[in-house]
Design a protein around this ligand. Structure first.
Ligand code: BG6
Length: 441
């Protein structure tokens, strides 16, 4: 589908996000014909640039540069845009700190942007329940919820979207997708990098706010929610909310990597966690009594996001008389190599019944090649099309903050060395990730 006549305004355009993610994503949308020359991109910020100076900051093709402009500040923006043409949609990407979300929304409204406006808002969306609620209430004064697109870029990852297809397009899994058959679920997001140049932001946030409250909780909702009555955004959201309402966090372990306090922007006595493990239960009929572990951390020994599902053991009969059969497992590899691995038991060829563990592996790249659409590309396109499925509603954000609130900034802080994992991840016993990644094309 070709989108015509959209004005895409990036607020805070001189920042890092524009260069790293947004302009490359928009350039790809042009390349694939999903955006055309009938749209324009306007960078806006406090820094003074002329169009030429702004364009030269980016390494994008000439035809994209031609529709790239710069306008300093919000005042006069409406008039500026109308001189460029008539646009049915004006998309504002808030590449801004949360502290200015509300004033920016007010300024946009005062400038005369009304129903035609869509606001794409980056995380962090608030700092805790109260601040998220305050931001939501204030934004709703100027714009309707249907105009607000809160980004969670994890929702746009191919392998995460595939969870819905895996669950709801296969007859095999739903009957066993519950705590009667599943013993535990783990969701692990490991990063090799530390906080890099984001120390000042991260130190006020920590890994629970930065990764778990949003990305990983959203991921868990998709993994555990009931089948929605349709695939429209509202019906999916309803099911995610039903999970968020019954989450019961029972444990939280917090760690900080050695050397973190020396990072630029980080307080020398900081107690911010850079790794956390949360244990929780979903108190509904499907999941009662089954633990879920969510772990995320920086400066670890590898980069990888995985979900592990461990099924209950077989009765101690037949081949499993002495508990020799490994429990079945499914691993969803979200990144860097997308795939699904199913652990089964099989017979070793020969005259007696010797059992061994076998793996069925599905690797995205083998099937679909390596050209997987980037998350920002998809999110920008969806916002242009007005599809809110991959965006997070005010109710979801608030509920998620409310539930996790009691764990924030509390409990003993322990330490770990960079490049090490503070809590042994059982998933690494399940699969040799490096080997798997190398085996995918
Ligand atoms: C961002 C966090 O939302 O997600 C970062 O702020 C984190 O701290 C990043 O590094 C991880 O994203 P991805 O797509 O690389 O897993």
């Amino acid at each position: 589908m070709t989108i015509h006549e959209s004005a895409i305004v990036i607020l805070g355009a001189s920042g890092d996000l524009t260069k790293r993610k947004l302009l490359p994503a928009l350039a790809r949308l042009f390349k694939t014909g999903k955006l055309t020359q009938s749209s324009i991109i306007i960078g806006s910020g406090r820094t003074d640039f002329d169009d030429e100076g702004f364009r030269n900051r980016f390494d994008v093709p000439e035809d994209v540069k031609q529709i790239l402009f710069y306008h300093s500040g919000i005042k006069g923006l409406k008039n500026y845009i109308s001189k460029k043409g008539s646009f049915t949609r004006v998309i504002f990407f808030f590449a801004l700190p949360p502290s200015v979300y509300v004033t920016t929304a007010r300024e946009l409204s005062e400038e005369g942007f009304g129903n035609e406006a869509r606001l794409i808002i980056e995380k962090p969306f608030g700092y805790d329940f109260e601040s998220a609620q305050t931001i939501n209430n204030a934004l709703h004064k100027y714009y309707d919820e249907s105009q607000l697109f809160r980004i969670d870029h994890y929702l746009a990852k191919e392998a995460i979207q595939n969870i819905l297809v895996f669950r709801f397009a296969n007859a095999l899994f739903d009957p066993i997708w519950n705590s009667r058959y599943i013993e535990e679920i783990q969701i692990n997001a490991c990063e090799r990098i530390g906080v890099e140049n984001r120390g000042a932001y991260f130190d006020k946030s920590g890994i629970i706010r930065d990764m778990i409250q949003n990305h990983l909780v959203q991921l868990m909702c998709l993994l555990t929610m009931e089948p929605p009555v349709s695939l429209n955004a509202e019906d999916i959201r309803l099911q995610k909310i039903n999970i968020l309402k019954v989450i019961d966090y029972t444990e939280c372990k917090r760690f900080q990597y050695n050397g973190y306090r020396d990072e630029p922007g980080v307080a020398s006595d900081s107690t911010t966690e850079t790794y956390a493990e949360l244990k929780l239960y979903i108190n509904n009929f499907r999941w009662i009594n089954m633990p879920i572990y969510i772990r995320a951390g920086k400066a670890l020994n590898r980069k990888g996001t995985e979900i592990g599902i461990k099924f209950k053991a077989l009765p101690r009969l037949l081949f499993n008389k002495h508990g020799e059969i490994k429990q079945n497992r499914i691993i969803f590899k979200i990144q860097p190599t997308e795939g699904i691995i199913l652990d089964l038991s099989g017979k070793i060829p020969g005259s007696d019944f010797q059992i061994t563990e076998t793996k069925m592996k599905f690797c995205y790249r083998d099937h679909f090649g390596s050209e997987i659409e980037g998350a920002y590309e998809k999110l920008l396109l969806d916002a242009l099309e007005g599809d809110r499925t991959l965006f997070v509603s005010s109710e979801e954000t608030e509920l998620s903050w409310q539930k996790i609130g009691s764990l924030l900034d509390t409990g003993t802080l322990r330490f770990y060395d960079q490049g090490k994992i503070p809590i042994e991840l059982t998933l690494t016993d399940w699969l040799d990730f490096e080997k798997y990644e190398n085996s995918c094309q």
